[in-house]
Design a protein around this ligand. Structure first.
Ligand code: SAH
Length: 250
């Protein structure tokens, strides 16, 4: 077997864990589709075959694409060989989309930002990630893990950590623990442009221990209220970041 570290290839070898992940999926309606990211050797895929023509796979490694086509000839036309980071969910004929995967950990950050950008096309995003990243997603203010991912994802999604998976469930075992996280888009409209909110959060955490009046210098603003000026990024809850963002301009 040829395994590429650069593509984060750690294959799940415990079928019970694959089944447990699949059982967490929300019901798939007839009009919706399911996209599996990075199917690799098909550990999750084999539990998704009942979805028939609603199932799509995207895998970057040609070797495993060829393998999957042989293993699962019924879905060979729906195995996309490509980079998920360049893929738009709106390309799929059935909408919205359930995204599922034992994700390539080396691109966790970009994958999560992609989920934010494409949230209008999502029913849910259910994935295995490095446990530490999952902890950052669900973290509360004032903790070490609290940061950009916590604020952005908690504003746009209901976030739920399901269970932790040991390295020995994979071949080869990764050097970190893993955990399964489910993101379900919230139906919300921000009182400010989303791009401003995202920029403010990113800026604030770049210098997380500085007072916001300093950390946010350089962003065009109306007037930052005193109640925020003397606080630090790690002290604000996600909703307070939304409020803070209404004082900024594009
Ligand atoms: N889901 C499988 C494999 C997980 S390993 C299992 O549970 O066993 C991660 C998989 O993502 C690998 O197959 C890797 O080739 C694939 N991958 C890595 N980067 C990718 C990218 N940018 N786009 C699509 N697939 C990618």
């Amino acid at each position: 077997m040829k395994l590429k570290k650069s593509l984060g290839q750690h294959f799940l070898i415990q079928p019970s864990i694959a089944q447990k992940i699949i059982s967490l999926m929300l019901p798939v309606e007839d009009t919706e589709s399911v996209l599996e990211i990075g199917p690799g050797r098909g550990a999750l895929t084999r539990h998704l075959l009942h979805l028939k023509n609603q199932l799509w796979l995207i895998e970057k490694d040609v070797f495993w694409v060829e393998y999957l086509k042989k293993q699962f000839p019924d879905i060979e036309n729906r195995i996309i060989c490509g980079d998920v980071l360049e893929f738009s969910l709106s390309n799929l004929p059935q909408q919205p989309v359930h995204v599922i995967g034992n994700m390539p950990y080396n691109i966790s950050g970009p994958l999560l930002f992609m989920a934010i950008e494409q949230k209008d096309n999502l029913v849910e995003w259910l994935g295995m990630l490095q446990k530490e990243v999952v902890e950052r997603i669900i973290a509360h203010p004032g903790t070490k893990s609290y940061g950009i991912l916590s604020v952005l994802l908690q504003i746009f999604f209901h976030v739920k950590k399901h269970f932790v998976v040991s390295p020995f469930a994979f071949q080869p075992p990764p050097q970190v623990n893993s955990a399964v996280i489910q993101l379900v888009p919230k139906k919300i409209t921000l009182p400010c442009p989303e791009q401003i909110f995202i920029t403010v959060v990113k800026h604030a955490f770049k210098q997380r221990r500085k007072k916001l009046s300093n950390a946010l210098k350089g962003l065009p603003l109306n007037k930052i209220p005193n109640s925020f000026a003397n606080k630090r990024a790690e002290e604000l809850n996600p909703q307070e970041f939304v409020e803070l963002s209404t004082y900024y301009e594009l």
